[in-house]
Write a protein that binds this ligand. Structure first.
Ligand SMILES: [Mg+2]
Length: 296
């Protein structure tokens, strides 16, 4: 209960596994967000998912009764666009593979989105000053080949998030980290990764919302992404057990997606650290238990 003895101004809250699981809201999630607001804590919906725009995230949360606005949604795609904006100064073509979330983030950052497809004319590809990739479920070999040409020329690319596998009902589907690995293997260029567990994603959020690190809480279910991001950024971090399931010894995500712990470690983009390295400050069953009424 240590977090209740401190004062907070911002909460960076994970989505899947923390506020909902798939299409089902986690019990008490909407009321939890309202309790934050009552206490003057700004909720920020802090997600690695680069496919959805903030408005699309809001639609999903509102459909589950969770009140929020697009400004409160902070995505790895927006962090990727900010990185590119900072390194290029803006108003340059950015070659990208990705869905609405990444395209809009590039536009909103004052950059020019240039979608890379197999048939994109070569002069267009050669005009790109930066490259970014986010999960795109429609991507083809030809699209990736064209993207690799751009990356090879630029010698750099941004990966919105390194999630290798995404759990689904009956196993997993490949995540954006798998696309990044394809590009990295083919080009020999390692990406700049912007999503959790990268502390730069937390730093982006703190700057964007003007929050102090010592007044900001990180809340999420995944040790390897949410908790690692919070701990590495030096923030107070709460893990909830409502999403990805963990064994008693802290083995990560593996079980939820049918991987052995070794496989899970091999899938991590990080130096091979045991999951226990990223110990949260506190652990609760779900957000329903956080900031209980009567403790205000
Ligand atoms: Mg999660």
């Amino acid at each position: 209960m240590g977090y209740l003895n401190r004062s907070w101004e911002l909460a960076l809250i994970d989505l899947d596994g923390t506020l909902y699981r798939g299409d089902r809201v986690i019990a008490g999630a909407a009321a939890f967000v309202e309790r934050l607001r009552v206490r003057g804590i700004q909720p920020v919906f802090f997600t690695n998912n680069a496919t959805r725009t903030p408005a699309q995230v809001v639609d999903k949360l509102m459909s589950m009764g969770i009140r929020c606005t697009p400004d409160e949604v902070c995505t790895s795609a927006q962090a990727a666009a900010a990185v590119i904006r900072a390194s290029t100064g803006g108003s340059v073509p950015v070659a990208y593979i990705g869905m609405d979330g990444l395209r809009e983030a590039i536009l909103e950052a004052g950059l020019e989105p240039l979608e890379v497809r197999a048939g994109t004319p070569r002069p267009a590809l050669e005009s790109a000053k930066a490259a970014a990739i986010g999960l795109d479920t429609r991507v083809t070999y030809g699209d990736l080949a064209a993207f690799c040409r751009v990356v090879s020329r630029l010698g750099q690319f941004v990966l919105t998030n390194g999630d290798v596998r995404l759990p689904v009902e009956d196993g997993f589907v490949p995540g954006n980290g798998a696309l990044g690995a394809f590009v990295e293997t083919a080009t020999g260029v390692a990406p700049v990764v912007t999503g959790k567990p990268e502390p730069r994603f937390v730093a982006y959020a703190l700057q964007r919302y003007g929050a102090r690190p010592e007044r900001t809480l990180v809340i999420g279910d995944n040790l390897l992404t949410d908790v690692a991001a919070g701990v590495r950024a030096g923030l107070y971090t709460i893990q909830v057990l409502s999403g990805v399931r963990y064994a008693a010894d802290g083995e990560p995500q593996a079980r939820a997606v049918g991987m052995s712990p070794d496989e899970a470690a091999a899938c991590s983009r990080e130096p091979q650290q045991p999951a226990g390295q990223w110990a949260p400050d506190e652990v609760y069953g779900s957000v329903d238990e956080l900031f209980p009424d009567g403790d205000a």
